[in-house]
Design a protein around this ligand. Sequence first.
Ligand SMILES: [Zn+2]
Length: 191
Amino acid sequence: MSKFKCLICGMTINLESYGLNSNTFIKRNQKDNIINCPFCGVGKIYLGDEKDIYEVDNSNLDTKTLKVLDNAMKFEVFNGEFYEEASKLAKDKAVRELFKDLKNIEFMHARIHKRLGGFENLPKLHKPDYTRHNTDKLLLEEAQKREEHAIAFYKKNSEIVCSDIIRDIFQALSDVEKQHEIITSSHPMKR
Ligand SMILES: [Zn+2]
């Protein structure tokens, strides 16, 4: 297989990495057919080997845009930490594996926002107690809610940011969250 670079997260997709986080995709990558970045989930139009990764000069971003990126980084960490907890709480092995993969993708989204905003560190958040979600069905319902919230966040904030590159990235990430929404809402353990 040829080697790709993800223009959104900057990671390299090769024989070792193409199959990572496969539970988060409706159609999984094949060795000879790469559909999504296995690290951040974006579609293949964002994968290449010649173009440069999407970058912005954060000294040119206005305060509103920086605030949006800060909020985006925080909610992706919040969701990543939810999935980390959910992967420990879930009873079904396939659900645990799905949550683990979702955790990896959401943390990668947080790192993308960190890079765009030029922030020093990922935030340390107060972790809520999720043990009241004591069935896999409740965990999947919570996951679906978070994905819907993420899609709405990217839509609303696309109108606020001052950069077309950031708007493009929000669109790409929102499409990733749409796949997550479909997978969590139609999961067999949810019935
Ligand atoms: Zn990527």
